[in-house]
Design a protein. Structure first.
Lengths: 150, 150
DNA sequence: TGCCTAAGTTAGAATCATTTTAAATCGATT
DNA sequence: AATCGATTTAAAATGATTCTAACTTAGGCA
């Protein structure tokens, strides 16, 4: 059970990443919550089960996961940095009014992303290793809210 | 001669944006420099010709231009936020080692971006108004630097 | 199994990019 | 030219992230 969590742990062991209770807890949270939490969201959520976890540890751990490539950062959006356990390729729609983030799973996305990466590599000589692709606009809730104001 | 700078000013007048010397100066800098400056870069560059321009004014003005849609923010990249006067559609390659930013002009880019926007709108109900598309990796200089270390 | 040590965690302090403030100044409309 | 809301400014405040230094621990090894 919780196989996705187990898979994630196994992957870290395979990569000789030292396992700590804090890392377990944070990774479990990320794998089981497909919201796109900020550091503060994670801190508050974990405060229930693991009081006294330092913010510094959350920052350190997220940076580690990002460097390992299993987590991505969403740095745009109105409010702070959001994090996402990234197993299936997808991109994001971000609300310019409230910051709400929605996943977009598009079968052709990997193809499209590779196309953009290849073109960039050919044109600039960069050795491309990844991408940040997001679209933004008004989420359905904010559309309603703003429409009823006129 | 309707230089690019004049066109930019005309566009602002058309939109009834109040014109100030500071806004003129900053817009002129952005239009004539195709580097991707940070607030600090702009502040230092303008300090020569316009001492005493407040950092707050630069922040305010850039936010205005971004809201007007004539300037885009590059929020990823290792070091702070970069700005770009965005006339011709293009995307960016960002070096994960030194932060250097390169333009990528790809004829199919508008088509590809629209495809991603349409799919996101259909799937999420968001009213999409724009996108942030970047790829990242090692710039040529950093490739050399890091190769010669092994 | 029980050390040992490099690596990780912690609370609190420090940093520093950005925002806020309140007073002075200015642009543009009449 | 007068008017007034918008803009600018320097300085202070904010707040997210990073740093520090002491403490603790995971995991390899005897
Ligand atoms: Mn996601
Ligand atoms: Mn550019
Ligand atoms: Zn919204
Ligand atoms: Zn580089």
């Amino acid at each position: 059970m919780g196989s996705e969590v187990d898979e994630a742990f196994t992957e870290l062991q395979r990569r000789h990443v030292r396992m700590t209770p804090q890392r377990r807890t944070i990774l479990t949270y990320l794998v089981t919550h497909h919201n796109h939490p900020t550091v503060e969201t994670i801190h508050e959520a974990l405060d229930q089960q693991t009081p006294n976890m330092s913010l510094a540890t959350i920052y350190n751990t997220l940076k580690l996961f990002v460097d390992l490539g299993i987590v991505i950062e969403l740095a745009n959006g109105e409010d702070g940095v959001h994090y996402d356990y990234y197993n299936k390729p997808h991109y994001h729609a971000i609300c310019t009014n409230c910051g709400r983030i929605a996943d977009v799973f598009y079968p052709d996305f990997p193809k499209v992303a590779q196309q953009l990466e290849k073109e960039a590599a050919d044109q600039t000589g960069y050795q491309i290793t990844g991408n940040h692709i997001e679209v933004y606009g008004l989420c359905p809730q904010c559309q309603k809210k703003l429409n009823s104001k006129s």
